[in-house]
Write a protein that binds this ligand. Sequence first.
Ligand code: PEP
Length: 250
Amino acid sequence: MRQPLVAGNWKMNGSAESIKLLLDGIKKSLDTVSKAEVVVCPPYVYISEVQAQLAGTTVSLGSQNVNEHGAGAYTGEISTSMLLDFQCRYAIVGHSERRSIYGEDDAQVAAKFAAARAAGIKPILCVGEVLEEREQGVTEDVVARQLDAVIALEGVDALADGVIAYEPVWAIGTGKTASPEQAQDVHAFIRNRIARQSAAAAEKVQILYGGSVKGANAPELFSMPDIDGGLIGGASLDADEFISICQAAV
Ligand code: PEP
């Protein structure tokens, strides 16, 4: 059985003050979350503070990105060993905003996946199509290409050391959620593609859905057989909303 996982991606939001309030709200209701592993991914500068505030709780810490190189002249970047200094257990790689705004391509995302995995950090590999691609009927081709870049570099079994997040780009931050059936179709496609090469990896890997998940739509999405939780953007900034999403992951 795969444990459900709900990860909050705070993106470039918050302040020291608002983050403390958000964490207080999450911690207050954490005992109402029975099944899901809960992860928060703050902006880098707050990671130390968030680590301290999460001490003694079951919430895990994640980063929103990581550099693929070990150390050196990479101004503005953060390495896996730096994340490990703060017990970061997860790192999002290949978020659509990194791909579209910062030009990260499949090869670079695969290298980030590899670097995180080598350091013992679980990469959360984001895949997903833009609206035009869905309308052209090439969603599966796009997702397969993004997945295959990691498989080519690391081998299919490596996927079991990470997490996959299917995030249709047209649903991110737009209020438009994929229907549970639309999401399930792509999740099943991903799992079947992995299963063709490794049944064990396909069975083990958690596949999260991301894209305008809220407390109201989470129960239906999370009831789908291949949806193992969510990667949550906007709604993860509201403690009550985030907790109700975490409660829906059973
Ligand atoms: C995201 O950015 O990963 C995301 C899913 O955002 P939102 O929940 O706001 O759509």
